[in-house]
Design a protein around this ligand. Sequence first.
Ligand SMILES: *[C@@H]1O[C@H](CO)[C@@H](O)[C@H](O)[C@H]1NC(C)=O
Ligand SMILES: *[C@@H]1O[C@H](CO)[C@@H](O)[C@H](O)[C@H]1NC(C)=O
Ligand SMILES: *[C@@H]1O[C@H](CO)[C@@H](O)[C@H](O)[C@H]1NC(C)=O
Length: 911
Amino acid sequence: MEPMEISTPGHAGFATQADALLRKSFTYQKRNKSQNCCLLITPLVIIGFFAFVEHYLKQMSAQRGGAVVEIKKPAPWPPALNIPSNTTRAVSSKYMPFPDLPSPSCRVSGNCPATFLLTGTNQSFVMTIAEKMFPPVSTEDPSDMDRLVLATSVPLFQPNYLVDAAFEPDSPSPLYYLQSKCKANASIPYPTRKVKCLEGLNLWRNSSSDINTEIYKGANKQNKIDNKFAAAFDFQNTNKANFNVTLWNEPSTDADILGSSTFTRLPRLVNLASNAYLQVLQGSDTQLLFEFIKEVPTIFSINASVSKTVDFFLRIASFGLLLFPVTVLLSSIVYEKEKKLRIMMKMHGLRDTAYWAITYIYCLMVSLLFVQFFLIAGKLSGLYFFTKNGYTLQSMFYFLHVNWQISFAFLISTLVSTVKTAQVVGSTFMMLICIFSFFIASRVIESTAFSGSFVVLVEMFPGFALYRGVYEFQKYATFAKNGAGVGMQWQNLNDPGNGIKKAMVIMITEWKIMLSLAYYLDQVLSSGSGRRRSPLFFLHCLRRKPSSQEQYLQRNSSQLFPSNDHSDVAQERQKVEQLMQEGSTSYTAICDNIKKIYPGRDGNPAKAAVRGLSLALGRSECFGMLGPNGAGKTSFISMMIGLTEPTSGTAYVEGLDITTCMNNVYTCMGVCPQFDLLWETLTGREHLYFYGRLKNLRGPVLKRAVEEALKDVNLFHGGVADKHAGKYSGGMKRRLSVAISLIGNPKIVYLDEPSTGLDPASRNSLWNVVKRAKKNRAILLTTHSMEEAEALCDRLGVFVDGALCCIGNPKELKARYGGYFLFTMTTTQSNDTEVENMVLSLCNNAQKTYHLGGTQKFELPKHEVRLADIFQLVEDAKSKFPVQAWALADTTLEDVFIKVTRQAQATSSDE
Ligand SMILES: *[C@@H]1O[C@H](CO)[C@@H](O)[C@H](O)[C@H]1NC(C)=O
Ligand SMILES: *[C@@H]1O[C@H](CO)[C@@H](O)[C@H](O)[C@H]1NC(C)=O
Ligand SMILES: *[C@@H]1O[C@H](CO)[C@@H](O)[C@H](O)[C@H]1NC(C)=O
């Protein structure tokens, strides 16, 4: 049978479908307010924050200087020495090797001497020098002040002794002047604070190795006590002709991070020794003063490390921001998959190509908008990162990134199936990439230890190429800030060491690879598009097709299989055979021995869900499928609507084979699935407009069709049509689903339990819709409501255990399987047998179908009893014993259904 052209309702072209999908997507996005706000506000907030920090630093710069910091007057006194604080100064203890240290009691009174260790080859000469180190000063004589040996344990934070914290009035620890002997509480006033007298103790040691041992033991907290020394001198072979000194110096505290004590405090220590030596040679009047230091005037600038840190975080933040839309895109793609909306759209004729193309374009628009917003926010913020680099170059790079990002989102979307997972995966990815780029990418890029090809290899890790780009942009921005160059422009692309070109190539390559992979996985994993294809689907065209001979054999053998066909089912089968031979197109749908067998899993045997079904569905026929749960109705419908592929056999819809031309079949069918597949934030009207457009309706025709559909299913009035579908009640959703399945005049409509959960009034109006609809199309309906089947269906089929048990219109079935009256009588239990005997005497073939307490039910064949006789029987019974209740009923469809399914199940379990 050749596929034939469909005249109406007309193929919706790519453009029409694309238009429908785009409109729907933008309406959907418009509703998604919180996400949109988040998307737009985040770059504003983050970039704004950095602009603020930058502005603040500049402001600070301007206040503190920008001007020249000039030291107008040198300090009046020499710089201070570094000494340990009172509690850590060396005292005698059993752990220290020499007993000549001060007693520990000095720690309590707070005046432990600052101890200096000395050694050299000529002890007497060294000790003469030592005596000159802390000359006695008179507090009265101001000229003595120049010779003061000041000392402090306050760390020196700034490499500038003029702002030495020790000289500040509010300094936490005291400022001392060192003397060989101190009077109690002696002090002199310094211009800013009081200076206390402290003993400077010089102790001789026999060798420098003795000193080493002592300093080592003292500093290593033997018994948890600090025993620190102010300094130690090794005068070596110093004599009158020769000055040769080595110095031990320990930075005062850990806070002394910049090694700043070396700036003035260490030279002061050297000066102490040389001054003393000079005085030994020349007498006490000679002074080698260390003072009047003046710093070179400097321009105040923000500490370079602060600026670097800010830049680094700006880079990481921009990088994170650019990756930010991944999660949003991912959840919007996965949403349609999770809610099965993609299958639903496909069943209403949306082709995969159109779907992917439009989803791509839509994602591109959202992302480009975001990137533009990002760039504009950056431009407004005035950050060099944005303003110095070429705008077109940045746009170009981010455009590539956006494409890369979309294909990445597509790829991930094929692997996850719920929005929650998508969000978790998306944000985890973002975080990991940010952390990785922080720890790995930035180091690899900045380090010179790695070869170029290794760096490229690292950049191939998803997201690292973007990081490289951002890194380069910032590098050039920093150059520009420091007055070198004007940021990155097109001509900079070829600069040696500029990795942005390679990053772009990596992005383009990854973009292509991921997009192909996403398409492949989408087809194979089938998470969204209906049928799953084999992992090697692209090789299928190479497979040998069975010859007609083989096909014939296959068909004949499969015909043997359903041997227990009932006559009406067999008739239908013959009819189908005949139609197939004639190639008739007068039927809307013809199922030709269609089968579905699920392969056995986990040791279970294979399950035949549909065991060879043949059915011809005429135009304007409503065929009802009845059957107990699990009979295989849904499996059958799934094959018909293209969700699963038949194991063997096929069906033709409007002459199109569903195994080969399903995409064309989609355009002429409508589906109302068992569970409502709707967008929560779209209104009922928008749903109908969307599916109407997919079915190639447009302009006034579309408008009219939508309005009629809404009126038909009772959703038109009271503004219901413009409420979000997520807020609909179950019944309203159901009615909307039916309206969707009918829009666009499909040739065949599958309604899977359409009236479940409807109130009687809505159900009636729904029935009217279906009755009107079936006038010019075939409808395949499954239902559990016999009332509905009777009201709507022209023909019924009872489907049990994967096969049809009977086919016929409701009246025929009732006549065939009914053919009896149901007679019920309730008496007291003692009269049971009497009732039974009376019934049997009336009709020998009466069958008791039910018995509980005093209630009994009999089936009386219609042709063997007359109604009058039954009434007579009741009168007789009443006269003999009390009759509590009785009833006489004709058979209903429900009875037929129960009977047929019982029979069928009994025979199948016999086999
Ligand atoms: C040590 O120095 C003194 C001078 O202070 C000198 O008289 C003496 O000879 C020197 N001793 C040696 C061994 O050089
Ligand atoms: C240092 O040398 C002197 C003289 O040679 C000696 O008496 C003294 O014991 C030595 N001190 C130490 C601790 O070795
Ligand atoms: C200084 O002392 C060291 C160590 O004792 C010695 O090697 C060096 O020659 C001395 N320098 C002078 C100029 O004496």
